[in-house]
Each structure stands twice: as structure tokens, then as C-alpha cells.
Design a protein around this ligand. Structure first.
Ligand SMILES: Cc1cc2nc3c(=O)[nH]c(=O)nc-3n(C[C@H](O)[C@H](O)[C@H](O)COP(=O)(O)OP(=O)(O)OC[C@H]3O[C@@H](n4cnc5c(N)ncnc54)[C@H](O)[C@@H]3O)c2cc1C
Length: 348
């Protein structure tokens, strides 16, 4: 069929959510969509913004500009990953041998583009990853209906843990968060608040402009410790606040109730002598005690031959080739591994 005169069709304005009868999504500072924006982001990342990517990607302040911000475009199809890989390879040839940070940053970026497909393959291979724990031993660990008060406080950014609340409120307003902060939000929900990932994962999915099931559900399970094979990473949200936001700029921006709290108390306002003057909730959990209880509960499941046999099957099916090589080397020569050498931590 020949479509004649198609270029003369006026596409008109993109309808807003209210035009379509949808409720407001709460985003006040979202990324613009469309092909032109995708191309512009790729260009600015490869020639300007990406120079510090390797070192700046994890901080909440710099990450927003140092990361590519291409994820919504990949998710919605306004740019393909292949285009980004090829443009990055061309730029890598240009910067080869230079010393201003580009070489390392572009290498890290290419690795993450590959992770995208690595993770998406897991959903293809195991679609149940959206609904069932990858390792069955964790099924029912956080059983029963979720604690709705905790869930609601986490979803709204009102847990009383300043850095957690800042990250959640920033996500609600922008639809985006860097990897480290997504991991921390998920880990705090799963460990400290002891909420099942099937209650919390959908909230993040709804908030992310870049929601991509193939990345999202494997990551949600990894950060919740239900794969049975990844390192259990229980981020300390107070330490993360100190490390990633040492001056408190990000925290104060998104939690203005804490604007007057001195920096040394910002991540633990409950220890500030004037805490009574704040209109900010008390923490809904005791962070060290909650982390300890979670660690014990998660590790108590990781014992016995049956657990290990299933974990091995998960590794065989889902681990990256690099990790499998490591597993196989260990199987051949387990005694050669030095004490303190790399922990088994699979890139699942
Ligand atoms: C709990 C949790 C849920 C997540 N859910 C999603 C999701 O729904 N959609 C999504 O696109 N990403 C998700 N991520 C991965 C990552 O956080 C985002 O891809 C990244 O923050 C997007 O920003 P960017 O495009 O600027 O990333 P950049 O750092 O510029 O990376 C470029 C691209 O590489 C890919 N990528 C980056 N990090 C990862 C990773 N860890 N795993 C797989 N692919 C990666 C993405 O396609 C990304 O757009 C999730 C991470 C966690 C911890």
C-alpha cells in the first residue's frame, strides 16, 4: 500500500494526561520525550556531560547530569540501544589515548548498555521473575499482607529517614533516580521496613518514567535479597546520606522541613536538641536494629544442601559468562582462593 501525502498530515499537539482523562502523575520536573530530545541527550552526554560519568554517576546531585538520562528513550523506543552503542564506540575511537576521564567513563557506559540486555534476557528466560522469588526459599519470608503504614510512609517519602525521603520525593517529582539511590530505596523497603518486593516494586514501576520490566524485576529481587545468590546488600541510609550528600544540599532541597537542621544532625535529626521544633516524622524504624534483624532472617534461610542446589541452578541459568567462569574456576581449584579475596557475588 502506498501512503501518499503522509508528510502533510499535522500530528497536532501531544495530548496531556487530563485530555486523556488520566489522573495527574505528580511529576513536576519530568524529562521531555521525543526523538529530538533523545538525540540531543546522546550528543551532550558523549561530548560534555559524560566526562565525569564514572565518578559522578552515584551521587544524587551530580548523577542527574553526569548520567546519560537515556533510559526513558530506550523504554519508550525513541532511541535504540544499538544507536547508543554505535555512537559511543565512535566516540571511544576519538578519545582513545586521552587522559581526561573520557576513556574510563565511556567504558563504564558501554558496560551498562550491555547490562540492559543481560537483565532483559532474564525476564525472557524466567517470566515468573515478576511474581515469584527467584530462589523459592525466600517465598513467604516476608509473608502476609504488607504493613500498610510502613508502605504508605515509604511511598510518600515520609519515613523519618531524611535521605530515603529525599530520594523518594525527588523520584516522585522527576520520574528518575540514579542507580545507587534506586538500590537504596529498594533495600530500605525490603530490609529495614521488611516489606515484600511485590508490594514495593509496583510503586517504583509507577514512579519511573523509564519503567522497563526486564531491568526492573531482576533488580528489585537483587536488592531485596531474594535471588539467593547475590551478596546481601543492606545499605545504611544514614551513612549513604553522609557519603552521597555530605553538605546536605540534596536532602534539604527535597525535605525542606529539615532546612534549619545543622549538617551534622541532618541525617539523624532525632539526635538534634531542637528536634521538637521540626514538622517532620520520627523515624519509623530503628535503623541498626532493623538491619540486624533482617540480616539474620535472610541468612537463616541460606543454609542446607537443598538451598545450595537451587542456588547453583539459578547461577547456571542466569549468571553472566564472566561469573560462570569464576564459578567453574572455583569448582576446579577451590583451595587456591585466598582469604579475603572476592566474595561470591553474581551479576544477576
Ligand atoms: C530497583 C531498581 C529498579 C530499576 N528499574 C529500572 C527500570 O525500570 N528501567 C530502567 O531503565 N532501569 C532501571 N534500573 C536500572 C538503572 O537504575 C537505570 O537504568 C538508570 O538509573 C537510568 O538512568 P540513565 O539512563 O541515566 O542511566 P546510565 O547510567 O546513563 O546508563 C545507560 C543505560 O544503561 C542501562 N543501565 C544502566 N544501569 C543499569 C543496570 N544496573 N541494569 C541494567 N541496565 C542498566 C539503562 O538502559 C540505562 O539507560 C533499576 C535499578 C534498580 C536498582
Amino acid at each position: 500500500m502506498v501512503l501518499s501525502g503522509i508528510s502533510s498530515i499535522d500530528p497536532g499537539e501531544i495530548p496531556s494526561a487530563s485530555n486523556l482523562g488520566l489522573a495527574p502523575d505528580g511529576i513536576t520536573d519530568g524529562q521531555p520525550g521525543g526523538r529530538a530530545h533523545a538525540l540531543s541527550l546522546l550528543g551532550s552526554f558523549l561530548t560534555e556531560r559524560g566526562q565525569t560519568y564514572r565518578t559522578a554517576m552515584s551521587t544524587p546531585l551530580e548523577g542527574a547530569t553526569a548520567c546519560s538520562r537515556l533510559s526513558p528513550h530506550f523504554a519508550w523506543g525513541t532511541m535504540t540501544v544499538r544507536e547508543a552503542v554505535q555512537a559511543t564506540a565512535a566516540r571511544q575511537r576519538e578519545v582513545k589515548g586521552t587522559r581526561e576521564g573520557w576513556v574510563g567513563s565511556l567504558k563504564s557506559f558501554q558496560a551498562r548498555l550491555a547490562w540492559r540486555d543481560h537483565f532483559t534476557q532474564k525476564l525472557e528466560d524466567t517470566p515468573e521473575i515478576e511474581t515469584r522469588c527467584l530462589h523459592s526459599a525466600y517465598e513467604g519470608l516476608r509473608g502476609g499482607p504488607p504493613d500498610t503504614e510502613r508502605l504508605g510512609a515509604w511511598e510518600r517519602g515520609e519515613t523519618g529517614l531524611p535521605f530515603v525521603d529525599a530520594c523518594m520525593r525527588s523520584l516522585i517529582a522527576t520520574g528518575w533516580l540514579n542507580f545507587r539511590m534506586r538500590s537504596m530505596l529498594m533495600a530500605v523497603a525490603s530490609y529495614h521496613l521488611w516489606l515484600d518486593w511485590r508490594a514495593t516494586g509496583p510503586h517504583l514501576a509507577r514512579m519511573f518514567t523509564d519503567y522497563e520490566p526486564g531491568i526492573h524485576w531482576p533488580q528489585v529481587q537483587m536488592q531485596s535479597g531474594t535471588t539467593g545468590v547475590n551478596t546481601v546488600r543492606i545499605y545504611n541510609p544514614i551513612k549513604q546520606g553522609h557519603d552521597q550528600d555530605p553538605q546536605g544540599v540534596f536532602t534539604r532541597r527535597w525535605v525542606p522541613e529539615l532546612a534549619d537542621v545543622p549538617t551534622e544532625f541532618l541525617q539523624k535529626p532525632w539526635e538534634w536538641e531542637e528536634v521538637g521544633s521540626l514538622r517532620y516524622p520520627a523515624p519509623i524504624v530503628d535503623v541498626p536494629a532493623a538491619a540486624k534483624a533482617a540480616r539474620e532472617a535472610v541468612w537463616s534461610v541460606r543454609r542446607g544442601d537443598a538451598f545450595r542446589a537451587e542456588a547453583r541452578a539459578v547461577i547456571e541459568k542466569h549468571a553472566s559468562r564472566k561469573d560462570l567462569r569464576f564459578v567453574n574456576d572455583r569448582a576446579r581449584a577451590p583451595r587456591r582462593r585466598k582469604r579475603g579475596a572476592r566474595q561470591l557475588s553474581f551479576d544477576l
